[in-house]
Design a protein around this ligand. Structure first.
Ligand SMILES: [Zn+2]
Length: 104
């Protein structure tokens, strides 16, 4: 009988009737706003990720491991412009507003 952890794994049928169970590889970490690839975030499964130190898991900047560099740059610009009254909340990027650290 197949072990319960391998029941959902992909089967690969080899010659001579041998069956190999392949685990799914983890995908790349995605930006929460634009779904782009997050750089400097390792592509490993949970047990291997737990062995890494905190600073190896994500960039050490605001929104590191959540937003990509481009979205973070746009968000910081937008927050600053709202803070100094150059734009209003209605003029701000609606999709980025949920990450903004300004009062709504
Ligand atoms: Zn992004």
């Amino acid at each position: 009988m197949v072990s319960p952890s391998k029941r959902s794994a992909n089967k690969v049928f080899k010659k001579m009737g041998k069956v190999i169970y392949k685990e799914d590889k983890p995908g790349r970490a995605q930006c929460a706003n634009c779904k782009g690839v997050l750089h400097a975030v390792p592509k490993r499964k949970g047990s291997e990720l737990a062995k890494l130190s905190k600073t190896e898991k994500r960039p050490q900047r605001p929104f590191g491991g959540v937003l990509c560099g481009n979205c973070t740059r746009r968000l910081v610009k937008m927050e600053t412009r709202i803070k100094h009254g150059l734009i209003t909340l209605s003029q701000a990027d609606f999709l980025l507003l949920k990450f903004a650290r300004v009062k709504k």
